[in-house]
Design a protein around this ligand. Sequence first.
Ligand SMILES: C[S@@+](CC[C@H](N)C(=O)[O-])C[C@H]1O[C@@H](n2cnc3c(N)ncnc32)[C@H](O)[C@@H]1O
Length: 263
Amino acid sequence: MSKYNDIDMNFWKDYAEIETDSLWIIDKRDNSGAHVGDYHGNFVPQIPHQLFIRYTKKGDWILDPFMGSGTSLIEAQRLQRNAIGIDLQQKVIEDALQRITLENNDSSKIICHCGDSSEIEFKNILDSAKIKKVQFVIFHPPYWDIIKFSDNPKDLSNCENLKEFQISFGKVIDNTTAFLEKNRYCACIIGDKYAKSQVVPLGFHCMNLFLERNFLLKAIIVKNFGETKGKANQQAIWRYRALKNDFYIFKHEYIFIFKKITN
Ligand SMILES: C[S@@+](CC[C@H](N)C(=O)[O-])C[C@H]1O[C@@H](n2cnc3c(N)ncnc32)[C@H](O)[C@@H]1O
């Protein structure tokens, strides 16, 4: 049995649902149970599901510093993992907690806090949960200013420029991964954006923030996405704009997987 998941390699053929390819085509969002999917900017539950079965064990602690509607917390709970979620918006947390409790099970502990993940005192939160470290961190930050989540100046979606976004996200990485157990994993889900007629490769800028901090890059996964809420029912006009203005319509985002090899 490996040290970071519950996969029994004696039965490796039985794990057909676990992705091992770097291209994830997920046609349909899992909208079952508490996974309502109405939060603008959420990710599909299949992403945390895949990551948690591959990189965590039952009873492990998962940290999500950008919990939003709590997709990863619901998934953690379903898989009997414990989880801590942080978001800047109290109302968003309250809505998430309502959903999470719909699927309450006795074997998982779910803790949510409102605050800025770049400076919140994780030590106090972990102390109250009687743990010293977490075993996985899942980062799904705002894709800079593509969706404005709030008016709070601490919100990463309000960063004035790319440099400020990188500095702010870097602070979140430092503040959270200080509590990630050595030899365990974290993942960052992020897409790119266009600005001033060129691609801003936000994904690779974020990837570099982890590389600068000596994380091992274990995977660059490309995941498709279908029609986003922002572009709903506007395929024709976007196709026209793309053809006219020499750009491509984004249909993918990245899942970067890193291993922490330092203390
Ligand atoms: C892309 S969404 C995450 C969505 C989530 N994965 C889901 O499925 O619902 C990013 C979230 O980060 C929050 N956020 C932005 N800046 C933050 C910060 N500095 N600290 C904590 N949360 C922040 C936003 O309020 C938003 O809910």
